[in-house]
Design a protein around this ligand. Structure first.
Ligand code: CA
Length: 692
């Protein structure tokens, strides 16, 4: 046994509780055995198989009555927080809004260092889903973060000082990184997003030591006139129509990349094609969009693909977290990869070959497909949706039956705990006048964000958030907990027979893993999207979670989606007998909007403003001008309204994240938007309405 192997030492001595790392940097061996370092949480999903299961059981089903707050740390932001904290030797590493990185003392919550990559706030124009980041990677004394302006940065783990900083994308195009990097074979692997605007998706691997690019694998074919990068892409080109490359094609890997060191394969899901609608793109499966891909880690070569939504028409990205497990299927052990897809089906694949083993609806209300072909897994689309250019009420909603919020797999119960959404619907209408415009969104929907849609959405009733305990072998729910909110956050499963999950109304809850009985809860004061983690320091087990409400649901703010709590972002940490005081600062407007004092406008101008607002403003400032985390425009003062041209056209608040819309809107249109905002403020001032 080598002294350089603390894991082996821990195994042989039976000391599975928080073995110290003995100052050895995190190398490939430690990552492969990360599951044994119960004191730490070294990787995004804790281990390469990303089960998000910790065997720690000091906090268990019989001790939740003693669970309390150890400390909380305000981060001073109001945007969404999605990151998984990493933990090594009592230090937490987190990323927050606009990619700020923090090192925090797990015992006290004290900030040891922080780093601001100074992302240009004007990038907000090309962020579909808030200024979020899902976490950092930790390897050989460095911390790695991908940024919203497409950079990959290595920081010194102990000082937070940058070591290298490379661009991973042409940021004259709307690329952005929100996902956490992953480590494989001494490389940092990262994808990107932007399919709602028009990009060509790819995944890149960089040398962890110096940031040199090692390989790049595109997920969709480029312009055939330039030749194809691989046989796989040449083949994929046959599944497209028209001049798809002019929009970029889409298919970005905007969430996780998981690694199987034994097979030496990397797995990732890809996003929607650009535009969303088949009627606008033409026929074809549009490979390799809305697919799960396996690539050889050494070279990036595509080894297999499985397309979850061929010819996607509904924004059914296949980017939801992938979870690996070894399970016995009909008496034979198989290496499995699992995904609870946006499209409402739970996929169970052989990860060595990509063979489809089974798939089943894990939520209610799915109407776009009647099921999956039992042999191939190809969806059987509902006839009414095939080739339709008529308005369609489709379920799941583009936000998905499950989105980026990580699920957890407990090898003890054999269940996967999925943050799911049942009965989520959206009206889809392709805009047959759509033409690609690089300066704006290119989803191509006529209904997208428009004011009137809000009422239709409302009439459809909101989605129902659920925590689903899914038996992946039998493909059926063992239990379901119906949440009082439209969505629940990421999930943690533990050896204490517990499942932890936060939700939109700020409640963090612990459920019994075997039957879903809620055993404990805590009001974090701000909505939770991020997954909790657990670890041990000085013999004490802790649970930490980021609270910070944002992302598409909060920014889009759809009526009928249940209680959501915007507020200040914070990191909360719990332990047995924790007794820290908690008085979160109040957030938001406490009364109805003031009666606006000026601007008379014609009903026609207000109506034009409503349509423009829906198309260009609602995604951040809220449907019907009712906002959560970003400024609620109904409360805008006279000076702001008078200076609206300088804000919207000249970009006077670009440094605060409000970019210039000069390429999209003219001065008359901005006045119409102002007239609509004033009309909304007036109506709500008269009605005495309050902020949500
Ligand atoms: Ca998408």
């Amino acid at each position: 046994m080598s002294k350089r192997r603390p894991i082996a030492w821990a195994l042989l001595t039976g000391l599975l509780l928080a073995p110290p790392s003995l100052g050895i940097p995190i190398d490939d061996a430690r990552l492969r055995a990360a599951g044994l370092e119960t004191g730490n949480w070294l990787m995004y999903g804790r281990t390469h198989d990303e089960n998000r299961f910790s065997p720690l059981d000091q906090i268990g089903e019989r001790s939740t009555g003693r669970l309390g707050l150890a400390w909380s740390r305000e981060l001073g932001t109001t945007r969404g927080l999605e990151a998984t904290p990493l933990v090594e030797d009592g230090i937490l590493y987190i990323s927050g809004a606009w990619n700020l990185v923090y090192a925090i003392d797990a015992r006290t919550g004290g900030i040891l260092w922080h780093y601001d990559p100074k992302v240009q706030r004007s990038r907000a124009l090309f962020l579909c889903c808030d200024a979020v980041n899902r976490g950092v990677a930790l390897y050989r004394g460095k911390i790695y973060i991908g940024t919203l302006d497409g950079r990959l940065i290595a920081l010194d783990q102990h000082t937070g000082k940058p070591v290298w900083d490379v661009s991973t994308a042409d940021i004259t195009k709307p690329y952005a990184i929100s996902g956490a990097p992953r480590i494989a074979r001494g490389m940092v692997v990262i994808g990107n997003g932007g399919a709602e605007y028009g990009v060509r998706g790819y995944v890149s691997a960089f040398d962890a030591q110096n940031g040199n690019l090692i390989w790049r694998t595109y997920t969709v074919p480029g312009d055939p006139a330039n030749g194809f990068e691989s046989k796989a892409l040449e083949k994929a080109a046959q599944s497209w129509s028209g001049e798809w490359w002019k929009t970029g094609g889409g298919g970005p890997a905007w969430e996780g990349v998981v690694y199987d060191p034994a097979l030496d394969l990397l797995y990732f899901g890809t996003g929607n094609p650009t535009a969303w609608y088949r009627a606008l793109r033409g026929k074809g499966d549009a490979l390799y969009t809305a697919s799960i891909l396996a690539v050889r880690a050494a070279t990036g070569e595509i080894v297999w693909h499985f397309q979850t939504t061929p010819g996607d028409n509904w924004d059914y990205d296949a980017t939801q977290p992938l979870v690996q497990a070894e399970l016995s299927i009909r008496g034979r052990m198989r290496k499995i990869i699992m995904q609870a897809n946006k499209n409402g089906f739970f996929y169970f694949l052989d990860r060595a070959t990509g063979e489809f083993l089974s798939g089943k609806q894990f939520v209610s209300g799915v109407n776009w497909a009647t099921g999956l072909n039992p042999r191939t897994g190809r969806p059987v689309e509902a006839k009414s949706f095939l080739e339709s250019t008529e308005p369609m009420i489709v379920s799941p909603h583009p936000d998905g039956a499950h989105n980026w919020n990580p699920m957890a797999f407990s090898p003890t119960t054999g269940l996967v705990y999925v943050p799911a959404k049942s009965d989520s619907h959206m009206l889809h209408v392709p805009d047959m006048q759509w033409a690609y415009n690089p300066d704006k969104g290119n989803a191509g929907g006529d209904d997208f964000y428009e004011g009137p849609m809000a009422d239709k959405d409302h009439a459809m009733s909101g989605p129902k958030g659920e925590l689903v305990a899914w038996d992946p072998v039998r493909q059926r729910a063992a239990w379901r907990v119906r949440l009082p909110t439209a969505s629940g956050g990421g999930v943690l499963a533990t050896g204490g027979n517990l499942v932890f999950q936060g939700r939109a109304d700020g409640i963090l809850a612990a459920y019994r893993a075997t039957d879903g009985k809620q055993l404990w809860s805590f009001d974090a004061g701000t909505g939770i999207m991020a997954p909790p983690v657990t670890y041990m320091v000085d013999g004490v087990q802790y649970v930490s979670v980021l609270a910070g409400w944002g992302g598409p649901t909060a920014l889009f703010n759809p009526p009928g989606w249940g209680k959501m709590k915007s507020g200040f972002g914070r990191l909360l940490t719990f332990r047995l007998d924790g007794r820290a005081e908690f008085h979160p600062p109040p957030f938001g407007h406490q009364g109805p909007p003031p009666m606006p004092s000026f601007v008379e406008a014609s009903p026609e101008q207000v109506h034009e403003g409503e349509l423009l607002y829906g198309a260009h403003c609602a995604a951040c400032h809220g449907i019907n001008a009712v906002a959560g985390p970003l400024p609620d425009l109904r409360y805008a003062g006279k000076q702001t309204l008078e200076g609206i041209d300088s804000i919207v056209l000249a970009g006077s608040r670009a440094s605060m994240g409000m970019p210039s819309f000069a390429k999209i809107l003219d001065a008359d249109q901005v006045r119409a938007i102002r007239a609509y905002i004033v009309s909304r403020a007036r109506a709500d001032a008269m009605a005495g309405a309050r902020t949500p």
